[in-house]
Ligand binder design. Structure first.
Ligand code: G3I
Length: 343
């Protein structure tokens, strides 16, 4: 009787151990952030979701060691009236990040999008516009001094042909609005890591060349810019030039700047294939992109995905661009990242 009990206990222990090893192989046991502790693996997050969705909170706190504030720090949300700031949502997100030892990326100070009516329709003079932007940056960066570790200071300032995008900031202040913004942000938090962030600038093209040229000039002049954000909103339809991205990272490294992948996602819509094959192609894009970042000899310091679950992606549910499906089941993309991070 005792012998039978002992044998069955031994069998049970063996079964449990096997399950654990199997799960570890599949990446179920260790969260992504635990695999390569120096490397930042992150997601964009919104307070609205954090406040209402337990599963969202759970995954965010467990899996990631960096978070980008997706919308709560955009001008329209944080500065809704000329004399009123609303820090509530971002404060809450940052409180959560602190509790879970997650670094925070602030997004974004100077952009043509996400602007409030009062600013767009205020008919302010050029001098007033410059004052408004300066005060906005000082107030927002100052509020989070020491808490937001990196900022996307200027976002999407270039057109695809390499010219500067026509924005209210360019119009009012001229091309110097870019360097001025970096200086204002640096003065408000001298320890924050300051980024220029854009889409379509990972590989070589007119836009990425123009961004590179501008950054080279700024660094030569001693403007406090520290990194470049490659957004990387991609799709399984795209042919991504990974070797170009590697070489582009190299030239950015050569002028003393770091790179982060800041808004990664992979749209799976618009392709006539089974869901299984679309998700497997998606996993491959996740995997190769993360690999490119990790193999950059320290140039690429973070890989941030633009959301957590397909349930809330900005691309809509059909696109299924994220690592978790709408029911928070990890997709092949999750396991693909896990594999790369555990190597
Ligand atoms: O939360 C409100 C909701 O209360 C309201 O009923 C609804 C009605 O329109 O709007 C909701 O807010 C929307 C918000 O997303 C949250 O879903 C805004 O209208 C909508 O404009 C906003 O879109 C965001 C977009 O930037 C514009 O700011 C996306 O979530 C966000 O993912 C997207 O992110 C941008 C980056 O900042 C810059 N790079 C490109 C990237 C994708 O477009």
């Amino acid at each position: 009787m005792i012998k039978a009990l002992l044998i069955s206990s031994l069998v049970l222990v063996l079964v449990l151990l096997t399950v654990q090893f199997k799960d570890k192989g599949k990446g179920k046991v260790e969260p992504l952030r635990a695999e390569k502790q120096q490397f930042l693996i992150g997601a964009a997050a919104n307070y609205k979701r954090l406040a209402s969705d337990k599963e969202y909170r759970n995954i965010l706190s467990k899996e990631f060691n960096v978070m980008t504030v997706e919308n709560d720090l955009k001008f329209i949300n944080v500065h809704p009236a000329k004399d009123r700031y609303n820090f509530y949502n971002a404060d809450k997100l940052i409180e959560f990040a602190k509790e879970h030892n997650i670094k925070v990326r602030g997004h974004t100070l100077v952009w043509h999008g996400g602007l409030p009516q009062w600013l767009k329709e205020g008919n302010y003079t050029k001098t007033e516009m410059e004052q408004i932007l300066k005060q906005h940056i000082q107030k927002v960066v100052g509020h989070y001094r020491g808490e937001i570790y990196a900022w996307d200071v200027v976002n999407e300032a270039f057109n695809n042909d390499g010219s500067l995008r026509d924005t209210i900031w360019l119009e009012a202040i001229g091309p110097d609005y870019i360097k001025k913004s970096f200086r204002w942000a640096h003065a408000a938090d001298p320890n924050a890591v300051l980024f220029y962030n854009d889409y379509g600038i990972g590989a070589f093209n007119k836009k990425s060349d123009a961004v590179y040229k501008m950054l080279r000039e700024l660094t030569n002049e001693g403007v406090p810019v520290h990194g470049v954000g490659f957004q990387m909103h991609t799709s399984i339809k795209q042919n991504i030039a990974f070797s170009d991205i590697e070489n582009n990272m190299r030239r950015i490294h050569a002028i003393g700047l770091q790179v982060q992948i800041t808004e990664f996602d992979v749209d799976t819509s618009g392709v006539d294939a089974t869901l299984e094959s679309k998700l497997s192609r998606q996993a491959e894009v996740y995997s190769r992109s993360l690999k490119t970042c990790i193999n950059s000899n320290g140039t690429c310091t973070a890989f941030v995905i633009w959301g957590i679950s397909d349930k809330y992606s900005w691309l809509g549910k059909e696109a299924r661009p994220l690592m978790y499906d709408s029911n928070y089941i990890p997709k092949p993309a999750y396991y693909a990242l896990k594999d790369i991070l555990s190597q």
